[in-house]
Design a protein around this ligand. Structure first.
Ligand code: NCD
Length: 311
């Protein structure tokens, strides 16, 4: 049984992920359609900016025949009038068959899910998790490499505030013999409890701030953006000085590409800033654009599965 909600990458067993990937293989890409979600309404409600996650969920829902209404700007909703997450969720419950929710607070999506009897997908809750991104990341690894077991992957950049490396690390614990290199400056190092969870669940974890050291050992380089919007001072105001100091901590450019194994691949959840220069796009190992495109069929499979419309 697939879980009612998708809140964490740990919500799915390995078997559930594998079934979802098999279904993804059969889902329509651009130019094709199915009618398996006809009659259902899907409601993405985003209280933080988004391009890929919002658009690919909308495109996925429409490609499967669902109706979609969405909120892309919380300032234009009653959240701006101080409405609670709980009340917002209850209202959506009466209007839609599935809620996709993004919000800046850790745990906010779980709070919304606890209020309703429709499936809820966590499209990012603050610095915590972003499980549908993990499913498309893992699907991309499986597609490129044929398997996820035995993977040697480096996650690089903002491992403290970035929710995509958090979910990806947890998702990888469902596979065997995985080795993870966590590469970050001390100020952006992965939270201790996250690292402890990976180790407890059998991942071989190495931590360093030196990217060059890990490059000869890995098959996948998962690069992340320094989360400017989450680097704040004690009063919650943007800490521009700290961001400026940290933002260019890594750059996947010429010397880095030379040190990377010839069959390794470079991933990024996107959006990117300067951590991957545009010249790197020409390198055949750069797969972040097709990785983002996989968001469409993976999210189609997620919607079809959570709405019990897979057969
Ligand atoms: C990520 C996110 O929102 O966490 N974006 C995405 O959904 N692909 C990564 C980021 O914003 O850095």
């Amino acid at each position: 049984m697939f879980p009612e909600h998708l809140l964490s990458a740990l919500d799915l067993t390995r078997g559930q992920m594998e079934s979802l990937f098999e279904l993804t293989d059969r889902m329509p890409r651009k130019g094709a359609k199915l009618d398996i979600l006809v009659g259902l309404t899907i409601l993405p409600f985003f209280c933080e900016p988004s391009t890929r996650t919002l658009l690919s969920f909308v495109a996925a829902a429409q490609r499967l025949g669902a109706d979609v209404a969405w909120v892309a700007d919380a300032k234009a909703s009653s959240v701006a009038k101080g409405e609670s997450i709980e009340d917002t969720a209850r209202i959506v419950e009466g209007l839609a068959d599935l809620l996709i929710f993004r919000h800046p607070e850790t745990g906010s999506v779980a709070r919304a899910a606890a209020m309703v009897h429709i499936p809820v997908i966590n499209a990012g809750d603050g610095t915590n998790e972003h499980p549908s991104q993990t499913l498309l990341d893992l699907y991309t690894i499986r597609e490129r490499r044929g398997r996820i077991d035995g993977l040697r992957i480096a996650m690089v950049g903002d491992l403290r505030f970035g929710r995509t490396p958090h979910s990806l690390g947890l998702g990888l614990t469902r596979f065997d013999d995985v080795e993870v290199f966590l590469v970050a400056p001390p100020e952006l190092a992965a939270p201790k409890d996250f690292v402890a969870t990976l180790v407890d669940r059998g991942i071989r974890v190495h931590q360093t701030k030196v990217l060059r050291k890990v490059l000869p050992h890995i098959e996948a380089l998962y690069v992340t953006r320094v989360q400017e919007e989450r680097i704040t001072d004690a009063k919650g105001k943007p800490d521009v000085e700290r961001y400026e100091r940290l933002k260019d901590c890594y750059c996947v450019d010429g010397p880095c590409l030379e040190a990377l194994e010839p069959d390794a691949f470079i991933m990024h959840p996107l959006p990117r800033r300067d951590e991957i220069p545009r010249e790197t796009d020409k390198d055949p190992r750069a797969i972040y654009i097709p990785q983002a495109w996989n968001g469409l069929p993976v999210r189609e499979a997620i919607l079809a599965t959570m709405l019990n419309r897979t057969s």
